[in-house]
Design a protein around this ligand. Structure first.
Ligand code: URP
Ligand code: ZN
Ligand code: ZN
Length: 469
């Protein structure tokens, strides 16, 4: 006897759409058939799509910040919000602070997450201090233990790596078969621009966007690609914001390089104009993130890239700071210069509805492509496939039931995060998650998070598919 059967749904994977029952036992899918037979629990999904649970491969939760800033979401609220947005796995970052052992950083992050997660998690690492000890011992051991991806930064005072350090990390990644995620914005160019703007009295949040134009992102993207070519390693360029950096990725892909790319909701649903706020006021701080949202031409380019395979994954880059909070966007100094406004915006709950509504409902991408970008490809890129990221016999029963016709106005009042705003307020959405099923258990239904903190498990990961070509 099955534990649960989902009947009457249209099942969508990255490859196909079929009408069949999904039979679940012990948290896994054990049968997909015209009639899966009896079960203790029946779910009638007439009129709904059954999608693989969303995998958000880029979220920041409870990440230590400098300067008295505190992130709005920890593991409990962040994974609660993710579940309500139709996700069953999120991948936050265990950050190594300079001078800190990476192993210690990972242990502290696990302690912070323990017993709190509503859905499954798996950690990337952030390398800020690639010492001989880190490169020679800690990282190889951590990769073997299932931490098979790490992020490096080409900007930010407390995280930037120089070219020699980037090359060292890339080289290690090739040897250990780990995926490197690159934040590609040029540090010195941003510093130069910020100084110039401040000297001209241009300090409002909007000038954050002017301080990091596309050329800054384009140059760093090309530099990262060149380093990857030299070291012969696959890389993923994260949060690609516009046409210029995208063209660099297309150039690399055309040359047959293993360069993967991620984009995010802010680059299709926001523009730099949003940073102007009401009248160049502090409201604009609600949209400060890096790279910044661009313009209509870049949104158009991003859609082309989402359609044609330039982009492999679509993540939220959820990085929430409360707006009315001296530990958030309104930290000391933020009103005197954009340089002090914490970078990042919330989006883990809005990611799937925005891509579905703007992409599938508006006819820009297919349902299959939606599934590939939001679940299947992240699972493949980060070593979770085929346990996660698809609806198939043997996979975890991570399933989102989706109403493609439901119309909703995006609003802070609907959100389950601990942030005090959504940058997508007022956006008209068509298509909404109505039930999130994690390994066979319903954790979210009809607007209510029904699961308990601690139901999510930690996932050790295998090697990225990028190494298996
Ligand atoms: O502004 C952003 N995206 N902050 C989050 C950190 C990062 O670079 O992903
Ligand atoms: Zn980044
Ligand atoms: Zn990020």
């Amino acid at each position: 006897m099955l534990d649960t059967v989902i009947r009457n749904a249209e099942i969508v994977t990255a490859a196909d759409r079929i009408r069949a029952d999904i039979g679940i036992r012990d948290g896994r899918i054990v049968v997909i058939a015209e009639d899966a037979g009896p079960a203790q629990n029946e779910i009638d999904a007439e009129g709904l799509l059954a999608l693989p649970g969303g995998i958000d491969a880029h979220v920041h939760l409870e990440q230590p910040q400098g300067g008295g800033v505190v992130m709005a979401d920890g593991f409990e609220s962040g994974t609660r919000s993710a579940a309500a947005g139709g996700n069953t796995t999120v991948m936050p970052f265990a950050l190594q602070q300079r001078g800190q052992s990476l192993r210690e950083a990972v242990e502290a992050y696990h302690a912070a997450a323990e017993g709190k997660c509503h859905i499954d998690t798996s950690f990337h690492l952030i390398i800020t201090d690639p010492t001989p000890q880190v490169l020679g011992q800690e990282l190889p051991a951590l990769v073997k233990a299932g931490y098979t991806s790490f992020k490096v930064f080409m900007t930010y005072d407390d995280m930037v790596l120089n070219d020699a350090q980037l090359l060292d990390v890339f080289d290690l990644a090739r040897r250990e078969r780990a995926m490197v995620m690159v934040h590609a914005e040029g540090y010195d160019a941003i510093k130069y621009m910020a100084k110039r703007l401040e000297e001209a009295g241009k300090t409002a949040p909007y000038y954050h966007a002017e301080s990091r134009p596309q050329s800054v992102e384009r140059e760093a993207t090309h530099r990262a690609i060149s380093h990857a070519e030299l070291t012969d390693v696959p890389i993923t360029i994260v949060h690609v914001s516009g046409r210029d950096p995208m063209e660099q990725i297309q150039w690399a892909k055309k040359r047959g390089m293993n360069v993967f790319a991620e984009t995010c909701p802010q680059y299709i649903a926001l523009t730099a104009e949003d940073l102007k706020g009401l009248n160049m006021d502090f409201e604009g701080a609600k949209y400060v993130c890096s790279p910044p949202p661009r313009d209509a031409d870049s949104q158009k380019a991003i859609w082309e890239g989402l359609r044609d395979g330039t982009f492999d994954i679509f993540s939220s880059d959820h990085c929430p700071f409360r707006f009315e909070d001296s530990k958030g966007k309104d930290v000391e100094g933020a009103r005197t210069s954009f340089r002090w406004v914490p970078n990042g915006i919330p989006g883990v709950e809005a990611r799937l509805p925005i891509l579905f509504s703007e992409g599938v409902s508006k006819g820009r991408i297919s349902l299959e492509r939606f599934v590939a970008l939001t679940a299947t490809n992240p699972a493949k890129l980060f070593g979770l496939y085929p346990r996660k990221g698809t609806i198939a016999v043997g996979a975890d029963a991570d399933i989102t039931l989706w109403d493609p016709e439901r119309e909703v106005t995006m609003s802070q009042s609907l959100m389950h995060h601990d942030c005090d705003y959504t940058p997508y307020e007022g956006l008209e959405i068509k298509g909404w998650p109505v039930r999130t099923i994690l390994r066979g258990s319903t954790v979210f239904e009809d607007g209510e998070v029904t699961g308990k903190p601690g139901e999510g498990v930690y996932l050790e990961r295998g090697t990225s598919r990028a190494f298996q070509n």
